[in-house]
Design a protein around this ligand. Structure first.
Ligand SMILES: [Zn+2]
Length: 241
């Protein structure tokens, strides 16, 4: 119920959830990370979004809001049945919400981040169904699958990220996103052609780390391709070394 949600936010003296810690509180973290991602150029033009699951509730950025100005009271809150428990006045839920729910439901994600990073968009123009990179140090920042405790890729391992085609409405990505999750059980990210990236992980910090590593890997791969070096081939085997 919206009124309960309003009370939930308004009655906490510190602005954080009762019983929770500031470090993990989505009401604090989502506005903070939104500002950071805006500065990165990942969520300009009100694009992109963040979803966090915390204390059996899911917090999601609203639709069409300036990401660098988001406040804790702008966030939609859902229960684990994906029903709205707090709806900010005058704001609409993000069209990404059903996409975020997929990560929470089928990957047990604590956080899902969606960016419109230019590096992510550009890399989808260079590959068809999969982006492949190998033998890069930053691959070590990527979690393989969703077992607990998390298993990380080795730097020399091949990292594959599926690419799905874009659709006119964000909501129309739900089925292809789900199918890609099913087909690639090891992946914690999906690229959307000419659109952006979805990344999920067990908590906000690991998901933020992975998003930064993915973006780095996209950027360096674009630079390698411009130099005629194939990012999917180990450097020792690369003819242009
Ligand atoms: Zn988007």
């Amino acid at each position: 119920m919206a009124a309960n949600g309003v009370n939930n936010i308004a009655t906490t003296t510190s602005g954080t959830n009762a019983g929770g810690s500031v470090e993990n509180d989505p009401l604090v973290l989502i506005p903070e990370l939104s500002r950071l991602f805006y500065k990165n150029g990942w969520v300009t033009g009100t694009a992109g979004g963040i979803s966090m699951r915390y204390q059996n509730q899911i917090y999601i950025t609203p639709s069409s809001v300036q990401k660098e100005r988001i406040k804790s009271t702008d966030l939609f809150i859902y229960n684990d049945n994906e029903e709205i428990t707090y709806s900010p006045p005058l704001l609409k839920p993000s069209q990404c919400s059903p996409l975020f729910f997929l990560s929470h439901r089928f990957r047990n994600a604590g956080c899902c981040i969606h960016t419109h990073s230019q590096n992510a968009v550009l890399i989808t123009l260079k590959y068809d169904k999969e982006f492949i990179v190998i033998d890069q140090e930053m691959i070590k920042g990527i979690i393989k699958g969703y077992d607990q405790p998390p298993q990380y890729y080795k730097n020399f391992e091949k990292l594959v990220i599926p690419i799905i085609d874009n659709h006119p409405e964000e909501l129309d990505l739900k089925q292809p996103l789900y199918e890609a999750m099913e087909k690639y059980p090891e992946t914690n990210a999906i690229l959307v052609r000419r659109h952006g990236l979805f990344v999920w992980g067990p908590n906000w910090a690991k998901t933020k780390t992975m998003t930064e590593c993915f973006d780095y890997l996209f950027e360096i791969s674009l630079k390698m391709l411009a130099l005629g070096i194939d990012p999917s081939i180990p450097v020792s085997n690369n003819s242009n070394k």
